[in-house]
Write a protein that binds this ligand. Structure first.
Ligand SMILES: [Zn+2]
Ligand SMILES: [Zn+2]
Ligand SMILES: [Zn+2]
Length: 331
C-alpha cells in the first residue's frame, strides 16, 4: 500500500508553512490533505478521521497558539496509539524540548525551513515502516488496542489473543517499545497446555478424595482431650460435640485450624484443593505436573507518556534482535 493514499493532517499555525507543505505533498502524490491552524481544531479533525478508521499522517508544528506540542501529542496517542507524527520545528533535533517529544513516541522529525528533499525523506521512512509491518501481516492498531485493554500482558498471551506467532509479534512490540508506546516489565512463566502450549487455561479446583467441586472453606477445632476434630460451629456454647466437655484455653486444651476445606459431598477435609487446568483452546484437561511452563516477556502500556525513560538516540530503522525472547520449557 502506498502511503500517498493516506490522509494527511497538518496542524501548524504558520500559513506560509502550510501552503508550502501542501504544495510539496501534492507534488509527491498526496491528495487527501487537511490543514488546521490550532491544536483544538487539529484534535477534532483527527478524532473524526480516527473514528472513520482513516488515520492520518500528522505533520505537527512545534509552536501552536493554544497548546504545547507535548500536550497535543499525548492527546493524539490517546486516540490512536500507532499514529505517525512528524514534528516540524526550527529547533535542533538534539534540543531537550525535541528529545522530550521523541521520548513520548514521536519518531519523525522535520527541520524548518522545510525542504522538499527532507519532506520526501521522512515520508519514505514512513513508507518503509508501513511496508515492513504489512509484510509480517501485523495489525498494529488491533494489537495495541488489546494490550491497552489488558494494560499488562505477556508476549505469548498477547500473540494468542491476536492469533499471531509470538516470534513475529515481537519485532512489532520492540518497535513500539522504542517509541515508548509500551515498555517491558519483566519475564513471566505461565502455565501452558500439556497438548497445545496455549496459555489460555482455566483453573479448576476439586476435592482431594472424590474429585467433586462442591466444597467449602471452614475453621476446624481440635479438642486435645478426646481428639475430636470438627468445624467450629459444632462446638455449641464452647462444648465439645464428642465428649461434651467445655473447651477452655486455646493452645492449652484445643487448637483452631483456619482455612480448611471440607467437601460437601464426601466430608473429606483438606488444606489445599486439588488443582487442574482446562485448556480454552484445545479443551485438554491436565494437572500442574503435566503442564508446560512457558516463559516470555511482559509488556505494559505506557499510560503517562511523560514518565518514560530518557530518550536514547536510535536509528529510525534499527535491526531488531528476536532471538532468545521466547522459550518453551517442555517437561
Ligand atoms: Zn491445549
Ligand atoms: Zn469429596
Ligand atoms: Zn472432646
Amino acid at each position: 500500500m502506498s502511503i500517498t493514499d493516506s490522509n494527511v493532517l497538518i496542524i501548524e499555525h504558520s500559513i506560509p508553512v502550510n501552503l508550502l507543505l501542501t504544495q510539496y505533498l501534492k507534488r509527491m502524490g498526496f491528495s487527501k490533505i487537511l490543514v488546521c491552524e490550532n491544536a483544538e481544531s487539529g484534535i477534532k479533525t483527527f478524532e473524526g478521521l480516527a473514528l472513520e478508521k482513516r488515520d492520518p499522517i500528522v505533520f505537527l508544528g512545534y509552536h501552536l497558539p493554544d497548546n504545547t506540542a507535548a500536550g497535543l501529542i499525548s492527546k493524539l496517542f490517546a486516540i490512536a496509539p500507532d499514529v505517525k507524527i512528524i514534528i516540524e520545528t526550527s529547533l535542533d533535533r538534539k534540543d531537550p524540548k525535541i528529545r522530550q517529544l521523541f521520548s513520548m513516541g514521536v519518531f519523525h522529525y522535520l527541520q524548518k525551513p522545510l525542504r522538499l528533499s527532507s519532506v520526501n525523506h521522512v515520508l519514505e521512512t514512513i513508507q518503509k515502516e508501513v511496508d515492513e509491518f504489512n509484510n509480517i501481516g501485523i495489525d498494529g492498531r488491533r494489537v495495541l488496542e488489546i494490550l491497552r485493554s489488558l494494560k499488562k500482558t505477556s508476549v505469548v498471551r498477547l500473540a494468542e489473543y491476536c492469533n499471531y506467532d509470538p516470534k513475529s509479534l515481537l519485532p512489532f512490540l520492540r518497535r513500539q517499545q522504542e517509541k515508548s508506546v509500551i515498555y517491558e516489565v519483566s519475564k513471566i512463566r505461565e502455565i501452558g497446555c500439556r497438548d497445545c502450549n496455549s496459555v489460555n487455561n482455566i483453573s479448576i479446583f476439586s476435592c482431594d478424595s472424590c474429585g467433586g467441586q462442591n466444597f467449602r472453606r471452614d475453621t476446624l477445632i481440635e479438642h486435645y482431650d478426646c481428639g475430636n476434630i470438627s468445624t467450629h460451629d459444632t462446638y455449641d456454647n464452647e462444648q465439645c460435640p464428642k465428649c461434651n466437655k467445655r473447651i477452655k484455653i486455646i493452645g492449652g486444651d484445643y487448637r483452631v485450624m483456619n482455612d480448611f476445606y471440607i467437601c460437601n459431598e464426601c466430608d473429606q477435609r483438606f488444606q489445599t484443593p486439588h488443582q487442574n487446568f482446562i485448556c480454552s483452546k484445545c479443551g485438554s484437561k491436565f494437572s500442574l505436573d503435566e503442564a508446560n511452563w512457558i516463559e516470555s516477556k511482559v509488556f505494559c502500556f505506557t499510560n503517562n507518556q511523560n514518565e518514560t525513560k530518557p530518550f536514547e538516540e536510535q536509528s529510525e530503522f534499527s535491526e531488531i534482535d528476536t532471538s532468545e525472547d521466547l522459550t518453551i520449557i517442555q517437561k
